[in-house]
Design a protein around this ligand. Structure first.
Ligand code: HEC
Length: 94
């Protein structure tokens, strides 16, 4: 499926709260390190979101979010993050 990065803007607003803060850790239900999305390949992001949607990956928040997205929205979001290379401001300190 071909993703349209521009169409993703409305959806990624709900991702940025967690995924743009370098080193941010969500405290519930366990401490997780939130992965950086910008610059990852569209294929990888798309595969990860489908895995959450199908329950193959098991993070409760990401499962709920992925389940609410259509396949087209997932493709759009993947395209959006793939074109956002590793801008200096987004480099997470690991
Ligand atoms: C409440 C915080 C939160 C929000 C909101 C959120 N995420 Fe996540 N996301 C996480 C955490 C924490 C993980 C790591 C989960 C795990 O270990 O499986 C994750 C993992 C991911 C991964 C897998 C990355 C990898 O490197 O394996 C992708 C892709 C992803 N999120 C995309 C999104 C998208 C797209 C949105 C918006 C539609 C979104 N997330 C919204 C917290 C969040």
């Amino acid at each position: 499926m071909t993703g349209n990065a521009d169409a993703a803007r409305a959806h990624v607003s709900m991702c940025t709260g967690c995924h743009t803060i370098p080193g941010y850790q969500s405290a519930f239900p366990q401490v997780y390190r939130v992965p950086k999305l910008g610059g990852q390949s569209a294929k990888y992001i798309e595969a990860a979101l489908h895995a959450y949607k199908k329950g193959e990956r098991n993070h409760p928040t990401m499962k709920a979010i992925a389940a609410s997205l259509t396949d087209q929205q997932i493709a759009d979001i993947a395209a959006y993050y793939a074109v956002r290379g590793a801008a200096p401001a987004q480099v997470a300190t690991k």
